[in-house]
Design a protein around this ligand. Structure first.
Ligand SMILES: Nc1nc2c(ncn2[C@@H]2O[C@H](COP(=O)(O)OP(=O)(O)OP(=O)(O)O)[C@@H](O)[C@H]2O)c(=O)[nH]1
Ligand SMILES: [Mg+2]
Length: 266
């Protein structure tokens, strides 16, 4: 039985690449919204000095920490490094959150509450695409891309999650450590899809909570064509693997029931 007790030690992981204009305000709002939580900035040697800015914040505030990585490797590897950092320090849960202001720190308490209240959850996804969720300042083509990516993912992988690409999440740590024990090669936002399908396959309880997603005002997006291509290809491969596995299970079950009938008849 998985334990879903109260979350006393929470680490908010914020990956950054070139976010000097938005990070200070995001840090301020996170600290105000969840004062008990620790915050870890994971910076990939941003040339604009985001890492140094995070260091200055850490020097002023013992709740802020910085993990410096030698170069830009993508969102996935940055998060894996952050998860390992938090696991070594015995946190109960980690939060994933962008540094660009798209995820509202004021919604953190409701995400954490969803992990704790009632039956609780192992994974909480801050979802744009459930009733009550919303997207602000996105042009129509970004909406189409996100809805399209989520529809493709849901149909291809047979997931019931509505926002599998979302990057505002809570994970209980022991469960997350199991999920990422194997190789997680995904780099861009398909890292989020990868962890979603791993969580569902592992039988974890995944809950979606509506959020208001606001397009960044400062800095520039790191979304590229190759990040989208990575997601399309990887989701396609996972879908094939899943269907092949399901077919194998179906044939094995049919074989077993035929054998059973033969045994009964003799
Ligand atoms: N450490 C690290 N952080 C990254 C990397 N790429 C993106 N990030 C951070 O991940 C978060 C999400 O990146 P965004 O550029 O906002 O990408 P996005 O949210 O998918 O795209 P937009 O919707 O256009 O903002 C931000 O906090 C980025 O600074 C990376 O290679 N390394
Ligand atoms: Mg963003």
């Amino acid at each position: 039985m998985t334990s879903r007790g109260p979350l006393r030690h929470v680490c908010v992981c914020i990956p950054t690449y070139q976010e000097r204009d938005s990070l200070p305000e995001v840090l301020r709002r996170v600290r105000a919204s969840v004062p008990h939580a620790q915050v870890l900035v994971i910076d990939d040697a941003s040339p604009d000095g985001t890492g140094e800015l995070a260091e200055q914040a850490a020097a002023r505030d013992p709740h802020v920490h910085v993990l410096h990585r030698p170069g830009k490797e993508g969102l996935g590897p940055a998060y894996l490094a952050g998860f390992a950092w938090a696991a070594r320090r015995g946190f109960d849960a980690v939060v994933e959150m962008d540094a660009d202001g798209s995820h509202q720190p004021e919604e953190l308490p409701s995400l954490l509450a969803a992990a704790e209240q009632g039956e609780g959850a192992d994974v909480v996804i801050g979802s744009r695409w459930v009733p009550g969720g919303s997207v602000h300042r996105w042009p129509w083509h970004r909406r189409v891309l996100s809805v399209g990516a989520n529809t493709y993912t849901r149909l291809a992988l047979g997931l019931s999650v509505h926002d599998a690409t979302a990057g505002f999440r809570v994970y209980r740590l022991p469960q997350l450590t199991e999920l990422v024990a194997g190789t997680v090669a995904s780099q861009g936002y398909c890292f989020q899809v990868d962890l979603t399908r791993r969580a569902v396959d592992a039988g974890l309880r995944v809950v979606e909570v509506p959020i208001a997603f606001v397009e960044r005002v400062e800095g520039t997006s790191k979304m590229t064509g190759s990040i989208v291509r990575e997601a399309v290809v990887r989701v396609g491969v996972w879908a094939l693997e899943r269907r092949t596995r399901q077919l194998g299970e179906h044939l094995a079950a049919r074989g077993r029931s035929r054998w059973h009938h033969l045994e009964e008849a003799t």
